[in-house]
Design a protein around this ligand. Structure first.
Ligand code: SF4
Length: 416
């Protein structure tokens, strides 16, 4: 079965290339200060202060997708960074030490040198350790939010604690940027972030339709602007283009996977170096991965231009990764039901326990509560030594056969 390629990919490539070109110019001409920011760090403050922003997790993903990570990681391991910690971190630091970067395609010799690095530990501790390496290397400040984690509910006290830390960053950031934070600039940036989030959400929600016009494997690529351009006008501009195409597909009954028979949920990180392999394997099995925790993590419903800093704090805390098991299970259950999912794939990512939810019984609990089978795939976001292609293919093929047996409509017996 064939996968239908999205026409918007050309606009996506143009948007990402323009972003990296503007970053390259900022590096070359020093016309703007450069900040590194974690994926859900307070980017809106940075943009409103005129920083050019670089997202090293995106760089880590590029190293994984280009299958360069296993070449670069040993340099970081040799410095004492364990092979068991985040392979984004080790592949990125290793790439820096080797002066290698996939950004060479955009004219970079190495990653852009930061004037400041800003983290939020809402996702993991690794981001702080990662940024502190560069802080020591370049003798530049490292600022951050130390976030509460594993929350049952987000309380006003949690929001206060994070909002206070974001506010405390403003003064040192103003000193580095050489300008005061303008309240209207911050509001405008948060408004753009919210617009990006709403459009991105609408793109992902289009997959509630049958056949789904977009899969997880498309979305993992098309989420680029939501990651690196949140708070900039280019991101909503791109998602209007993508959404128009997805709506046209829905209207015409065109699916991302020809002859869609089965619909899956992908829980956990992508396996960047094997995205194409999984996409092809599942399309050949008439199966669309229609929803994922990962791509949904760039939806920030709480952002509100009328209350910028508190809403940024709340948005960072309401993310799936910040929750305890109970809200996470509730979230997956709701999405499985709403997207009409037949089965759940859990990626147990070796070097990211923070984004792996298969280790404390969740697959079995959800499977029995929902009557939907679950399969756990061993792998890693970047380190392909932790992944067996043959074993994964066999497991996925067996899993889809099992789904067919569950579904009378697909010729199965419907017996469990
Ligand atoms: S969440 Fe996981 S993959 Fe992302 S930076 Fe943290 S450890 Fe690495």
């Amino acid at each position: 079965m064939a996968r239908a390629e999205l026409q918007s990919t050309a606009a996506l490539k143009g948007t990402m290339a323009a972003h990296f070109e503007s970053l390259r110019q900022a590096v070359g001409e020093r016309h703007a200060p450069i900040a590194w920011c974690t994926s859900v760090g307070p980017v809106e403050i940075l943009r409103a202060l005129g920083f050019c922003v670089f997202f090293p997790e995106n760089h880590g993903a590029m190293l994984g997708a280009a299958r360069k990570a296993n070449d670069t990681m040993p340099r970081a391991h040799a410095l004492g960074y364990s092979p068991d910690i985040c392979s984004y971190l080790t592949s990125d630091i290793g790439a820096y030490l080797s002066r290698e970067t996939p950004l060479a395609a955009f004219g970079f010799e190495t990653v852009p040198r930061a004037d400041v690095l800003v983290f939020n530990t809402n996702q993991c501790r690794d981001v702080r350790d990662w940024f502190e390496f560069y802080g020591r290397e370049w003798h530049v400040p490292v600022l951050g939010v130390r976030s509460p984690r594993a929350l049952e509910h987000v309380t006003d006290g949690d929001v206060d604690a994070v909002a206070w830390q974001i506010e405390a960053m403003v003064e040192p950031l103003e000193g580095i940027a050489g300008r005061r934070l303008d309240a209207s600039a911050l509001e405008a940036t948060v408004r753009l972030s919210r617009e990006c989030s709403d459009l991105w959400k609408a793109c992902l929600e289009s997959a509630t339709h049958r056949p789904a016009p977009i899969t997880f494997f498309d979305a993992a690529i098309h989420m680029g602007p939501a990651v690196v351009l949140r708070g900039a006008p280019e991101a909503p501009a791109y998602y209007k283009t993508l959404l128009a195409e997805l709506r046209a597909r829905v209207k015409a009954g065109v699916g991302a996977v020809e002859g869609e028979q089965f619909r899956l949920y992908w829980e956990g990180m992508p396996i960047w170096g094997k995205l194409r392999m999984f996409s092809t394997l599942l399309a050949d099995l008439s199966t669309a991965v229609v929803v994922s925790t990962y791509c949904n993590s760039w939806i920030f419903d709480a952002l509100d231009a009328a209350d910028p800093i508190r809403s940024m704090a709340r948005a960072s805390l309401e993310l799936f990764i910040v929750g305890s098991e109970e809200p996470k299970e509730r979230y997956i259950r709701e999405h499985v039901e709403r997207f009409g999912v037949d089965g759940i794939l859990f990626h147990d990512c070796r070097t990211c326990p923070n984004n792996s939810n298969a280790r404390y019984g969740m697959p079995r609990r959800l499977s029995s509560a929902l009557g939907v089978p679950a399969l756990v795939l061993d792998g890693d976001v970047n380190d392909l030594r932790c992944f067996s292609e043959e074993q994964s293919k066999t497991s996925v093929e067996g899993f889809i056969e099992q789904l067919a047996d569950f579904r009378p409509a697909a010729g199965g017996t419907g017996r469990r």
